[in-house]
Design a protein around this ligand. Structure first.
Ligand code: AMP
Length: 362
């Protein structure tokens, strides 16, 4: 029986663990948080992500190590990469941790991105505003997620305090893109270099946090473009595992916003909605097994449950819906679970999503 080490034991680790049961895998996690969600699928070493002791135990006891969030210290991966295979590669992690390096990577691969400038002072922001125009979004280069660490600068008055509000330096200002919609593309590459790609996903955010994802998006030209960009990235990084790129759609163009070197919230629908889930395929990739079929089995939507869970007596029976409870303590803004619905056509999907949304906010 193969054993997989995972740095991080949140809900993504939990869902990797559930997928691994089908592949007869064992897991061990490294995570200092109390009662992490993945504890239900394997033992957790309760040590910091960069603990030499925890990392060497993972390397010693497992066949392969992977991670479930992108702020794992790159030095942690490098510490053990001589002792055990660690995927995705540390280069991918390094790029994903710094918005400037991430943008430079997209540019080097000729993947279009929004106009941007680096910002280290009020003066830089004023110059960016006159060059790119307002409104723009000011973001920290590091440690931003779910819309945290970013401010929309709409007019001259907002220019004064924005830089200081985000720490004064190491920032990026980018055009506030008037997008038609947001989509993500998820691809997987295994050690021997086979690649499979999931259908394009449409994402709606609320307060910077993913709210609803739907797939497949019926847009063949955009899908072909997204697949080309994904394949460029996977190949260039000699990537192993699941990789997600988030794009803004403007007309018939895709502008890359960011990428994640891991399984992704916008791919949770694949558990019920695709022949092989992103979680199973990530495990297959890092263990160099043949990749599973990423085809959709219907029209799927995933609704994130943020801040609170629906009442326990919520009847989802009539909606062929599946509720995932990560077992986390409720807190405002926290992702606690999700619901996936899979239907035979888009009209039924729209109806179900509308009804479920009404029930959830009631
Ligand atoms: P991020 O943390 O960069 O993924 O941003 C979270 C969300 O904020 C995105 O999914 C968009 O909805 C919005 N957003 C971020 N950057 C921009 C931008 N440059 N233009 C328009 N919307 C943006």
């Amino acid at each position: 029986m193969k054993k997989v080490g995972i740095i991080g034991a949140g809900q993504l680790g939990q869902m990797l663990g559930f997928a691994g049961q089908k592949l007869d895998l064992e897991f061990v996690f490294l995570d200092p948080s109390p009662n992490p969600p993945a504890a239900v699928v394997g033992p957790v070493l309760p040590l910091p992500f960069d603990s030499a002791e925890g990392l060497s135990q993972l390397a010693r006891d497992t066949d392969v190590v992977t991670y479930e969030f992108e702020n794992v210290p790159v030095s942690a991966i490098e510490q053990i990469s001589g002792d055990v295979a660690v995927y995705p590669p540390s280069d991918a992690l390094r790029y994903a941790q710094d918005r400037l390096h991430e943008k430079q990577l997209f540019e080097s691969l000729q993947i279009p991105i929004p106009s941007y400038r680096t910002i280290d002072s009020d003066q830089d922001l004023r110059e960016a505003a006159s060059e790119i125009g307002l409104p723009l979004v000011l973001k920290t280069r590091r440690l931003g997620y779910d819309g945290k660490g970013q401010i929309v600068v709409r007019d001259e008055d907002d220019l004064a305090n924005a830089v200081a509000a985000l720490g004064g330096s190491d920032l990026i200002a980018e055009q506030l893109v008037p997008f038609d919609r947001e989509v993500s593309a998820i691809g997987v590459r295994n050690v021997r270099g086979d690649v499979v790609v999931y259908p394009l996903i449409e994402n709606q955010h609320r307060n910077g946090i993913l709210n609803i994802s739907r797939a497949p998006v019926d847009a063949p030209a955009l899908t072909a473009l997204a697949i080309r960009h994904l394949e460029q990235m996977l190949c260039h990084l000699d990537y192993v595992g699941v990789l997600t790129i988030e794009f803004f759609v403007v007309g018939d163009e895709l502008l890359a916003n960011e990428f994640a070197p891991r399984v992704h919230n916008s791919g949770h629908w694949t558990i019920e909605g695709a022949a092989t889930s992103q979680f199973e395929n990530h495990l297959r990739a890092v263990l160099d097994l043949p990749l599973g079929d990423p085809s959709p089995v219907g029209h799927a939507a995933m609704l994130n449950l943020i801040g609170s869970m629906p009442p326990p007596n919520l009847d989802l029976g009539g909606y062929s819906a599946c509720l995932h409870d990560y077992g986390k303590e409720a807190r405002p803004g926290r992702k606690l679970g999700h619901i996936t619905v899979v239907t035979g056509d888009t009209a039924a999907l729209d109806l179900t999503v509308t009804r479920l949304t009404e029930i959830l906010v009631a």
